[in-house]
Write a protein that binds this ligand. Structure first.
Ligand code: SF4
Length: 370
């Protein structure tokens, strides 16, 4: 374990970068109970064009007309199958526009999605997002069937730490409370006292009234929290491979080209990138900021699809790239969502003992927020 001391933050981490962990396939219990449906016929014809025209209208600024004949048959089939299956689709802000705008029932950040899903009477949840998000949905909706359309939709941040790592940290810092970001596996949440999101991280850290808190696993979010609190932060060297690629230099050059450009950055970005930003916040906070301020030109320093999705709701704002693609989020596609609904796979299953402890950590955060 390497160690770098800071005035108000101490960063620990694994000696080598971990790659995303592939979870085991579901047991198939949901498919055995509810049965597999026939695969719908997928073709582009006048009826498909007519019945999906209102959906294409929403995304025409970001999806060229030549692509719609491929997407539309899937959109129609998925929306019909949702009714048959009594299912809803949750789409994270980083999902592609045709998923986010045309088949999703709820959109937002990971926690918003899981909480929204608790209010629906649907029996099945299909997660448009990555595996830790599907686990969070399952934690908050234990009686529902939660499906992830691709088991390889992982996350570099969630893969950076294991439950065993958290237990070792607890041994090393006895009595120090453990806060984990929601971008973690259920196993890691189960070893934590409470979870947090990028929007409530400082509030959660200060809720203990202690002088030190272990904050896992995102190093840059931890540094951002440390800057905004007097509590000493013991952090972990986990990084989001999408946000860590941005540089202060590229933003500096953009600003030089247009001093009126508004720069909005996610707190998973490195500290020098956040220094260049006019606003730092979660995906939902960035989206709300654009809606409220309606800037002439803006750059969202985060995953690429975010700008496409916010653009559909703010047609008068010009969105300047750069952006970086998340390879895990992009594993979720319309054909895979359709497969999920037809075959009811892959079902997210969490060991009940782990689920009970992980749910407690998430619910503590939710209670704190209220
Ligand atoms: S954007 Fe980063 S934190 Fe989000 S799923 Fe992709 S790798 Fe994980």
């Amino acid at each position: 374990m390497s160690l770098q001391a800071r005035a108000e933050i101490e960063v620990l981490g694994p000696p080598v970068a971990r790659t995303a962990i592939v979870p085991p396939p579901g047991s198939g219990a949901a498919a055995r109970r509810l049965g597999v449906l026939p695969m719908p016929k997928l073709e582009w014809n006048a009826e498909v064009e007519r019945s999906t025209a209102h959906l294409y209208e929403k995304i025409k600024a970001v999806v060229p007309p030549v692509e719609w004949p491929f997407f539309a048959p899937y959109v129609k089939a998925i929306n019909e199958l949702k009714q048959k299956r009594n299912a809803v689709i949750l789409a994270h802000n980083y999902q592609t526009p045709e998923i986010y705008n045309c088949v999703a029932d709820f959109v937002g950040d990971s926690l918003q999605l899981a909480r929204e899903a608790t209010k629906t009477k649907a029996e099945i949840i299909v997660q448009g997002g990555v595996h830790f998000m599907a686990e969070t949905s399952k934690l908050l909706n234990p009686d529902k069937i939660v499906l992830i359309p691709d088991l390889l939709a992982g996350c570099s941040l969630a893969a950076s730490i294991t439950g065993a790592d958290v237990r070792l940290l607890r041994e090393r810092f006895p009595g120090v409370p453990v806060v984990t970001y929601v971008n973690t596996s259920a196993e890691v949440k189960a070893e934590s006292d409470i979870c947090c999101t990028s929007s409530n991280a400082v509030q959660v850290v200060e809720s203990f009234g202690t002088d030190r808190v272990i904050f896992l696993p995102d190093e840059y979010l931890a540094r951002w929290v440390a800057k905004n609190t007097k509590v000493k932060i013991i952090a972990w060297k986990g990084h989001c491979e999408v946000h860590e690629r941005f540089t202060a230099d590229e933003l500096h050059k953009l600003r030089e080209g247009d001093p009126s450009l508004q720069i909005l950055a996610h707190p998973e970005c490195p500290p020098d990138v956040l220094e260049e930003a006019d606003f730092t916040g979660s995906t939902s906070a960035m989206s709300n900021w654009v809606k409220r301020h309606q800037p002439k030109r803006v750059v969202l320093v985060t995953e690429c699809s975010m700008a496409d999705n916010v653009q559909t709701e703010n047609p008068n704002v010009e969105f300047v790239r750069p952006c970086n693609l998340c390879p895990y989020m992009k594993r979720i596609t319309l054909p895979k969502i359709l497969d999920s609904l037809v075959y009811l796979r892959e079902e997210v299953e969490i060991d009940p003992a782990i689920a009970a402890r992980a749910r407690r950590a998430v619910e503590r955060m939710v209670q704190l927020k209220n």
